[in-house]
Design a protein around this ligand. Structure first.
Ligand SMILES: [Zn+2]
Length: 223
């Protein structure tokens, strides 16, 4: 039976915390939309929408897409039919945004009433565990499949089981880069936890457990 969660939820977690994978799974199980701002941005650019065309001018110039443009995209996105429950309210999981306090405040001003945020789930994982998850990650250069040298190894070292392609380590999965990514997360995203805690919408999940256990706890937390 498909659950029908009526929640409007932000998933927060450091790189390697597993939130993207869980967001996909929960969205499929609960029959609500998974809005990954990274995917959404690429899709808008590909479709040639007005917002996508505007975003592309920043990306082509090597600049960050302004917060307000992303918020406008999210706002348009939650109006689409796959985000709408029968009573006209929306239901979705937002993954990848907001990452900073100003973004969170601007998002709250934009999504109000039947679109207002109901839950924020924080994925707690110790930093040494994140480090291990990320440094062991290998990506297939041909099909994009993701492996892990310990937790999800291929039959033959360095060769993708699915397509025979060569496995590579993404430059941002190298230890120095990971240290920086975790530091950025700590400094920018930690204030979000206090902000959402004050608003009474924050729930923390111990995400240093098996994916199945985390998944069940997510479903409970989002009721
Ligand atoms: Zn492959």
């Amino acid at each position: 039976m498909t659950l029908q969660l009526r929640t409007r939820c932000v998933f927060l977690g450091a790189p390697g915390a597993g939130k993207g994978t869980q967001a996909k799974r929960v969205a499929a199980e609960a029959g609500i939309a998974h809005i990954s701002t990274g995917d959404m941005l690429r899709e808008e650019v590909r479709s040639g929408s007005a917002l996508g065309a505007e975003a592309k001018t920043y990306m082509d110039a090597g600049k960050l897409v302004p917060d307000q443009l992303i918020i406008d995209m999210v706002k348009a996105r939650v109006e689409r039919p796959d985000c709408k429950a029968a009573d006209g309210s929306s239901a979705w999981i937002l993954d990848g945004f907001p990452r900073t306090l100003p973004q969170a405040e601007a998002l709250d001003q934009s999504l109000t009433g039947a679109d207002a945020l109901t839950h924020v789930i924080s994925f707690a994982v110790p930093e040494d565990v994140l480090m291990g998850r990320l440094t062991g990650r290998r990506t297939c250069s041909k099909c994009g499949a993701i492996w892990h040298i310990e937790h999800n190894p291929t039959k033959q070292d360095g060769v993708c089981d699915k397509c025979g392609g060569e496995l590579t380590q993404r430059s941002d999965d190298r230890p120095e880069a990971i240290g920086k990514r975790l530091e950025v997360y700590r400094s920018q995203t930690a204030p979000l936890l206090a902000y959402y805690g004050d608003r009474g919408v924050l729930r923390e999940i111990d995400a240093n457990r098996s994916p199945d256990v985390v998944f069940q706890e997510l479903l409970n937390a989002m009721q």
